[in-house]
Design a protein around this ligand. Structure first.
Ligand code: UD1
Ligand code: CA
Length: 462
């Protein structure tokens, strides 16, 4: 039978060292707020329920997990220390029996596999409390793991409370623990605050276990990077870089070519098919799905898009909440705004902006054009400089263009307006009335020629 597992994630602190109006655990790394990473790891390791201990900006933290029924939250009004924080979670765990994982909201690099190893070690050894530790070249800032001559854990001492000998210890507390629920429930209230910071230290539980003769263990993690806590923005950047490396590596192993993984910014939750090539300096996020055989050139930003196979997104383009079918070509320097739907073989060229449009198969807008609130058929050619005048200062209006229409250069389509199928709108025309199918629409000021005018002008000046 599977033993039950719950998790407590500590996230009530403000994160003063971030020097931010936003609390630390809501700062994003690789597309997710920091807090979402340890929660995902706990979930992956099988924890249910997961209790978030929240305080500062509690509503915003809860908002991250809205709709997730495995998440509960517990308020810690005043941040009196990690021990006090866990005590605040007890009500939310009432009736739970099994193993409790305790994590910090600011350790985004922790892998689910490491949690599983910790759990296995804890259960195999029938431990009351097991702490995940790491050997650090530079242990400063962390609590130190004090062991006896035979290697048994005695206690954890915080840097601020440590004596010079203890400060030399390189094995540090990751802040990640496994505890037997009964041990936790019956001892958490026994923690005092007799220390330099006048805080209730969760770490005191280890000394309590030792004093009661209960099994208390420490398991060093293989990769110390994983337990890195984010305390300031420099560490945030370091953590995000590591997360991106992992995402990029996984994509590369699944067949995606990433020209320079250190300069490629792909967020959590993006999927990309095999044989797609991503050039440097691209930002891809918002749950974007990209098919196979695509090429995404340098400096492209894509968010919330679905891009089918064999599309080509050229340099400097920005794509938001849009859908592209097979073999679409976009850019360079095009801007697809939300609600753009491009069918197969559509071509959107340089300096073209689109918003809330559908463009049928094989249609093209190759240069310098604005298309908004429009329905464009198949095999339509939109000439250079075309503008859908969709806004009258109060309301937005639609432009409808039928199949096989040819719109010449520098045309304004003053919406609401319809151009019937197979019509031609001549260059320079301002379309203010519907054009029936198979017609020519032209509106131009007749041209005037004044021969010799320039010569005469020059003579006047001389
Ligand atoms: C803690 C550990 C230290 C360990 C380090 C690992 C204690 C006493 N010390 O120190 O041994 O090496 O983590 O990163 O546990 N929090 C609350 N409420 C509180 C206090 C903290 O929710 O009242 C949360 C914070 O928001 C944070 C986490 O607990 O997510 C850790 O708190 P922090 O103040 O960063 O602890 P450290 O001093 O880093
Ligand atoms: Ca910390």
């Amino acid at each position: 039978m599977m033993e039950s597992l719950a998790a407590v994630v500590l996230a009530a602190g403000k994160g003063t060292r971030m020097k931010s109006g936003l609390i630390k655990v809501l700062h994003p790394a690789a597309g997710l707020p920091l807090i979402a990473w340890p929660v995902a790891a706990a979930r992956c390791a099988g924890a249910d329920p997961i209790v978030l201990v929240i305080g500062h900006q509690a509503n915003a933290v809860q908002g991250v997990f809205r709709g997730a029924d495995d998440i509960r939250s517990a308020m810690q009004e005043e941040q009196l220390g990690t021990g006090h924080a866990v005590a605040c979670a007890l009500d939310a765990l009432a009736g739970f029996k099994g193993t409790v994982l305790i994590l910090c909201g600011d350790t985004p690099l922790l892998r689910p596999e490491s949690l599983r190893s910790l759990l296995l070690f804890h259960r195999e050894n029938k431990s009351a409390i097991t702490v995940l530790t790491a050997l650090m070249g530079d242990p400063s800032g962390y609590g130190r793991v004090v062991r006896d001559a035979s290697g048994g854990v005695i206690r954890i001492v915080e840097q601020k409370d440590a004596d010079p000998e203890e400060l030399e210890i390189r094995e540090i507390n990751s802040g990640i623990y496994c505890m037997d629920s009964e041990f936790l429930f019956s001892n958490i209230k026994g923690i005092g605050n007799d220390n330099v910071q006048r805080e209730y230290y969760l770490t005191d539980l280890l000394a309590i276990a030792v004093r009661k003769g209960l099994p208390c263990l420490a398991l060093p993690i293989a990769d110390a990077d994983e337990i890195m806590g984010v305390n300031d923005r420099s560490q945030l950047a370091d953590a995000a870089r590591i997360l991106r490396r992992r995402i990029n590596r996984e994509l590369m192993l699944s067949g995606v070519t990433i020209i320079d993984p250190e300069q490629t910014y792909i967020d959590f939750g993006v999927t990309i098919g095999a044989d797609t090539i991503i050039h440097p300096n691209c930002h891809i996020g918002g749950g974007t799905v990209i098919g196979s055989g695509c090429e995404i050139e340098q400096g492209v930003s894509i968010s919330g898009c679905r891009i089918a196979d064999d599309c080509h997104i050229k340099a400097g383009s920005v794509l938001e909440d849009s859908e592209l079918h097979e073999n679409v070509s976009v850019g360079p320097m095009a801007h697809l705004r939300p609600g753009t739907l491009l069918h197969r073989h559509v071509k959107i060229g340089n300096f073209v902006e689109t918003k809330k449009i559908v463009m049928g198969e094989g249609s093209k807008a190759s240069h310098l054009t604005y298309l908004g609130d429009a329905e464009i058929g198949r095999a339509v050619n939109i000439g250079c400089g075309t503008i859908t005048c969709n806004y009258d200062g109060v309301n937005k209006h639609r432009t409808i263009i039928g199949d096989d229409v040819f719109i010449g250069s520098d045309v304004q389509l003053v919406a609401p307006v319809t151009v019937g199928r197979n019509s031609l709108v001549a260059a320079g025309t301002t379309v203010t009335a519907d054009v029936p199918p198979d017609s020519l629409a032209i509106s131009r000021v007749p041209q005037v020629i004044k021969q010799g005018w320039r010569l005469k002008k020059k003579q006047e000046v001389a």
